[in-house]
Design a protein around this ligand. Structure first.
Ligand code: NAP
Length: 306
């Protein structure tokens, strides 16, 4: 029986692990892939304090992980398929079932797909959702980036260092990304923009060769020849495995109270999976630290009841 099981070893989950173990709680983290979550697919994190000049995402996340290990947090690499609640006892089910007095959900979010023809066929053959992972395959070649948010524009800037030309395809004529990031991209000679346009089809034979685009204002269509496309059109919360009794918002994000608790007593939500305004490593870390104070309160209240 664990005091707390944390689902997800991203920055939020690992911070919660460090704080929980330091507070003396028997703590386990369950993680599907490698530690670090989305932060470990980010080339450089520039706005995490303490690293003037930025820090590599994978490097920062490995340091987080080493710190969880040094405090004795157990990490089990298993995909969680469900959660069961039996009064004060909670069960987390992966390859095996584990019992805990409390659960912290920190399973984050995954990239949203466009859902167009050819997208799944050419995934890994020209279609990518991670510039850090796949950018190198397009060295000195021409790529497109779909999206206008921080992720799309930051990754376009990263790709501009590797590729000969980067074309951002955005469905509006204004970017959503933070101004400083926008300005950098707009000034970058290797980055070009196709405004007011969406991808209808991803075309190729063995690998991607072109995108079929249409302008949403003029309805004009064009075949855009390109070697690869990187898609950054937002994220979907990894909340599919949660029981229907846990309240989510319309988009599937967890609703939490001031103590980061879900509607079920003893089940908390932190990081990108939670409905909140800003999803960053810094805010994930903040959630991870704060939730352990909430956990202390929860255990103290339970002891008071018995
Ligand atoms: P986002 O801010 O939601 O932006 C998604 C972009 O994709 C928007 O430009 C959106 O267009 C476009 N889009 C959505 N669905 C589309 C579709 N079906 N077809 C074409 N375009 C579509 O998502 P994000 O950029 O992934 O960022 C997510 C969060 O992480 C944000 O809060 C962001 O600030 C944060 N983030 C921060 C940093 C940083 O600070 N270093 C880096 C990365 C991400 P519209 O603009 O028209 O809606």
């Amino acid at each position: 029986m664990y005091d707390v099981i944390i689902i997800g070893a991203g920055p939020a989950g690992m911070t919660a692990g460090i704080y929980a173990a330091r507070a003396g709680y028997k703590t386990m983290i369950m993680e599907t892939g490698a530690p670090g979550g989305q932060a470990s697919t980010t080339e450089t994190i520039e706005n995490y304090p303490g690293f003037p000049g930025g820090v590599s995402g994978p490097e920062l996340m490995m340091k987080f992980y080493e710190q969880t290990v040094s405090f004795g947090v157990e990490t089990v690499f298993q995909h969680v398929t469900s959660i069961e609640v039996e009064g004060n006892i909670k069960k987390v089910i992966g390859d095996a079932a584990y019992e805990a007095r409390s659960i912290i959900i920190a399973s984050g979010a995954r990239p949203r797909v466009l859902g167009v023809n050819g997208e799944s066929k050419f995934r890994g053959k020209g279609v990518s959702y991670c510039a850090t992972c796949d950018g190198f395959f397009f060295k000195n070649r021409e790529v497109a980036v779909v999206g206008g948010g921080d992720a799309a524009i930051e990754e376009a800037l990263y790709l501009s260092k590797i590729c000969s030309k980067v074309t951002v395809i955005h469905r509006r004529d204004k970017l959503r990304a933070t101004k400083i990031v926008q300005d950098r991209a707009l000034k970058n000679e290797k980055i070009h923009f196709i405004w007011d346009s969406v991808v209808d089809d991803i075309i190729g034979e063995n690998s991607l060769t072109a995108l079929s685009l249409h302008n949403v204002k003029t309805q004009q269509r064009q075949l855009f020849t390109v070697d690869g496309v990187f898609i950054f059109v937002g994220y979907i919360p990894n909340s599919d495995y949660l029981p229907a009794s846990i309240i989510l918002d319309q988009r599937g994000y967890l609703l939490t109270d001031d103590y980061l608790q879900t509607n079920i007593s003893g089940i908390f939500g932190i990081g990108d999976i939670r409905q909140k305004n800003l999803r960053q490593v810094a805010t994930a870390v903040g959630d991870g630290a704060a939730v352990i104070t909430a956990l202390d309160k929860y255990f103290a209240d339970k002891e008071g009841e018995s």
